[in-house]
Each structure stands twice: as structure tokens, then as C-alpha cells.
Design a protein around this ligand. Structure first.
Ligand SMILES: [Cu+2]
Length: 495
């Protein structure tokens, strides 16, 4: 059924003289897209205060027990706050930490100066309970991004800490959607009484990760439901904020075009379905049903049973948009690597030693002793190495001093990384501070060449990416949160 629909849509788009399926393989990161007018800094400052705190939220829904979530949301609302700005604006965000443990803000996918990257111990001191930290930088790229902590991620993100960042300025005048909708998918690991179950388990950490018990969207359990203008063009911003789950997203009862991946414009192509590992994003243009009362659905086909992420029901008079056409965003303005002359480096994502030396690591104290926990800074390290990059695991134990970088790169040079998954599990691999070109995947041969900050390695996959190195110390890690915490994490030093 989906294939039939894709063929129909491809035909319709080809008839409209637009890029259709045949163009996917030759797409080169959007070279044919219209250029965004160069404007530089806008002089505008978008100020925001994010208070990380424990709050009560009705995650399970009205009339059900509440949950003690950790959020940045004001007024006890469940959900992920939306920060909205224009490209070229300065973002000025103060993080206030009212949590019982240290935290920080990582701007996922945003090409920030290294000092703003929000990685405790690597790019800044952790923000301790009661402290505040001010982030301030210019937004270089439009698109769909998000914010999350970078120590004890399974615990802090798992309890709900995330905010969505939408940077406007990528829509040419002929692409003005009638509605712009954020759908952030994240499951919750809750008992029926609303309390959190363990977010990090040895069984999950050594396999695909510890899954939630309750599926959810935009901070609440269950699918999202929205009313949309009949016959209108909808821009859907889909984010996978789950610590673990790989989504495979498609649209039922409607047509969709892919506009952007990880916030960066692609040459548009019809959506059949698209895999979205943890931390990955997808921007779609979707045509709303032409009859009021009809609905289309965003569906996750990656689950054992297809799961409805959102139901969008048409209301009001038809907007009268005419035929559904492929429209394009402005091309991304990201430094393009010289692939032919790029320096090649290879990274193997594999199993760790499994070494677990809690008594040695904590000077003979039991691992749950408060002093032992302080020695480990257990927010950023675990006591076992289950995963590794190039056979090196992020260090465990009290030597919380930084390990050496995985590689040292030269700023401004082009690099081609071969990312090899030697395991039987999928790993969404994230590089901080860059938008890289995804060139190829042996397990995903139809993947169009596109820009991304996170790329999904399927089991035994071999993926090639290329980018121009920006100065700083940049994390390279799996975004299944337990995988990074149990070793699949490292960093590049770009000097
Ligand atoms: Cu992984």
C-alpha cells in the first residue's frame, strides 16, 4: 500500500516538473536548491531562561497519577519547551539548575562555537545544583534542533529534560505552510502509578537499550491529536527524543515530501518511510485532507505493531492550495568537504571489554556508597565497558580525567570518515558541532546523499560521511543513551 502511494506521488510530482524518486540517488546535498539570501547577523537577541527542575506532570493523562518529571517546562506543564528564533539571531539562554545533580545544555545539531557545546568536563564545568550558566551564540543555520543534558543522559533525558529549538529562515516565499507543527516522540518508562522504573538496566544497556513502557509524543503518553486547516500545507517537524527507540516514520491517508533531515534542507523527495534513530529529525511538507473531518496519520512502522504518532484532522473551509507540489527549502549554507582529496579515517563501533571493576575503581568502597559515587562522578561514567569505538571505551571508574582524543584533526581540512558497525545492534552516531554529508551506506543503498548531524548505522553497516573540520573538542558517540554511557563515546580534537 505504501509503495503504491509512493508511486502515485512520484508520478504526480514528476508531472509537476519537480524532483521525483529518480533524482534521489544523484542528489548532492541540495546543490540545486535555491540559495538563501545572505544576511548574516540580524542584530536580534532571543532571551530565554530554562529552569531545570523536578515538577509534577500529567504524563499519563488526565485523571491518572502524575509523574515527578525533570523538565525545563514552566508552570508544571508536561512537555518540551519550544525555543523559536531566526537564523542570524543571537540566542541568549540562561540555564538554572534546581536539580539534585549537575547538568548542562547541549545544543544538538547546532554548529556552535566549541565553548557553547555544553559537554561537562570537555567544553565547560558542570553546572552544579543551585548554579546558573549563560549560553550565548549566533544561530548559523535554520532548521529543527533540540537541547538536552550531556551527563547521566539516560537519567536526565529519560525523566524528561529536553527542549525543541526551531530556527526560522529556510522557507522561500512560495513555501509558506498553513501550519507548522512539532511532533517530538519520546517514550516514558513508568509504572502504572506514574513513578519511574529504572531507566538504565544491564540487560538493556548491553543490547538495544532499555525501552519505555508507555509510548508518547510532546511530553504526554499516547499519540498527538491536532486539528489542521482543510487542504492546507503542513510543515511537520518530527524529532526522535527517545533514549533508545529507532522509529520508521510514514504517513497514512496523505502525501508527504521530505524537506529536511536533521534540520538541513534536502532536495525534496516523496516520503515512503524514513528511519529516525534517537536524536535524528525529519521535516516534512504534508497536504492536509481535502474534506473537513477527514484525518491523516503519522505512523511509526518500526514498532512490532505500527503505532500512530499523531492524528491530524482537517477542519474549516478548504484552503484551496491546488495540486500538491514539491517545494524546496533554501539550500543549507554549510562548508562542503572536498571528498576526492579528503583525509580518510576509519572508526569501528563495537563491543567493549565488559570489564567491571567497581571495587578497584572506588578504592574498595561498595559502588553505591556516596563517596564512591563522588569518586566516579557516576553522572558521566559507568562502572562497566560494554561498548567501544576503535576498541577504546570511554573510561570507567575514578580516573574521570579525560581520555586522549580518538583522533586529532586540522581545522578547515576535509575528512572522510568510514563508520563501521561491527555489532548486531543499530547505533545512531552523532558528531557534535558539524553538519556532515552522508555519502553512502552498505545496508541502506537507497539513502540519498544528505547533510546530517546523526547517522544511523544498521547492524553490520558501513557508512561514509564527509565534513570540513571546525576547531574545538567535539564528541563523537552513539545516541542510544545507554550505549554512550557504557563506552561508545569519544571525541575528536580539531586544532
Ligand atoms: Cu549504540
Amino acid at each position: 500500500m505504501r509503495l503504491d502511494r509512493r508511486a502515485l506521488l512520484a508520478g504526480a510530482l514528476a508531472g509537476a516538473g519537480a524532483a521525483a524518486l529518480g533524482a534521489r540517488a544523484r542528489t548532492h546535498g541540495g546543490g540545486a536548491l535555491p540559495g538563501r539570501p545572505a544576511r548574516g547577523a540580524t542584530g536580534q537577541v532571543v532571551e530565554r531562561r530554562l529552569v531545570a527542575a523536578e515538577r509534577d506532570a500529567a504524563v499519563l493523562g488526565p485523571g491518572r497519577p502524575t509523574t515527578r518529571v525533570w523538565t525545563y517546562a514552566d508552570a508544571g506543564e508536561p512537555g518540551f519547551p519550544l525555543i523559536r528564533a531566526r537564523v542570524g539571531d543571537r540566542l541568549d539562554v540562561t540555564l538554572e539548575n534546581r536539580l539534585p545533580e549537575h547538568t548542562a545544555l547541549h545544543w544538538h545539531g547546532v554548529r556552535v562555537p566549541n565553548g557553547q557545546d555544553g559537554v561537562p568536563f570537555l567544553t565547560q564545568a558542570p553546572v552544579q545544583p543551585g548554579e546558573s550558566f549563560r549560553y550565548s551564540f549566533e544561530l548559523p543555520d535554520p532548521g529543527t534542533f533540540f537541547v538536552h543534558p550531556h551527563c547521566n543522559e539516560s537519567g536526565q533525558s529519560g525523566r524528561g529534560l529536553a527542549a525543541v529549538l526551531v530556527v526560522d529562515g529556510d522557507e522561500p516565499p512560495d513555501l509558506r505552510p498553513d501550519l507548522d507543527l512539532v511532533l517530538a516522540v519520546k517514550d516514558w518508562r513508568l509504572a502504572p502509578d506514574g513513578a519511574f522504573l529504572p531507566l538504565d538496566t544491564k540487560e538493556g544497556a548491553g543490547k538495544a537499550g532499555t525501552f519505555g513502557t508507555v509510548r508518547g509524543v510532546n511530553g504526554r503518553a499516547g499519540p498527538a491529536a491536532s486539528l489542521v486547516p482543510t487542504g492546507g500545507d503542513l510543515r511537520l517537524r518530527l524529532l526522535n527524543l527517545d533514549p533508545t527507540r529507532v522509529l520508521e516514520l510514514g504517513i497514512e491517508e496523505g502525501d508527504a515530501i521530505v524537506l529536511a533531515v536533521d534540520g538541513q534542507a534536502v532536495r525534496p523527495f516523496p516520503l515512503d518511510s524514513w528511519r529516525l534513530g534517537p536524536a535524528m529529525r525529519l521535516d516534512l511538507l504534508v497536504r492536509a485532507p481535502s474534506r473537513a473531518g477527514d484525518a491523516l496519520r503519522v505512523v511509526d512502522y518500526g514498532a512490532a505493531e505500527p503505532w500512530t504518532v499523531a492524528t491530524l484532522t482537517a477542519e474549516g473551509p478548504d484552503v484551496g492550495r491546488g495540486p500538491f507540489e514539491a517545494k524546496t527549502l533554501y539550500a543549507a549554507r554549510v562548508p562542503r568537504p572536498e571528498v576526492a582529496t579528503a583525509e580518510r579515517l576509519s572508526f569501528a563501533f563495537g563491543s567493549g571489554s565488559g570489564s567491571s571493576t567497581p571495587s578497584a575503581a572506588t578504592g574498595g568502597l561498595p559502588p553505591d556508597d556516596p563517596l564512591a559515587r563522588a569518586l566516579l562522578d557516576s553522572l558521566c561514567t559507568r562502572d562497566t565497558s560494554l561498548w567501544a569505538i576503535n576498541e577504546t571505551s570511554w573510561p570507567t571508574g575514578p580516573n574521570a580525567a579525560l581520555p586522549p582524543p580518538l583522533a586529532t584533526l586540522e581545522a578547515g581540512r576535509s575528512y572522510l570518515f568510514e563508520l563501521v558497525n561491527t555489532t548486531a545492534h543499530a547505533h545512531p552516531i552523532h558528531l557534535h558541532g558539524h553538519s556532515f554529508e552522508v555519502l553512502s551506506s552498505t545496508r541502506q543503498p537507497g539513502l540519498p546523499r544528505h547533510l546530517a548531524d546523526t547517522v544511523l548505522l544498521l547492524p553490520r553497516d558501513r557508512v561514509e560521511i564527509a565534513f570540513v573540520a571546525a576547531p574545538g573538542d567535539w564528541m563523537l558517540h552513539c545516541h542510544v543513551l545507554e550505549h554512550l554511557e557504557y563506552g561508545m563515546m569519544g571525541y575528536l580534537r580539531v586544532a
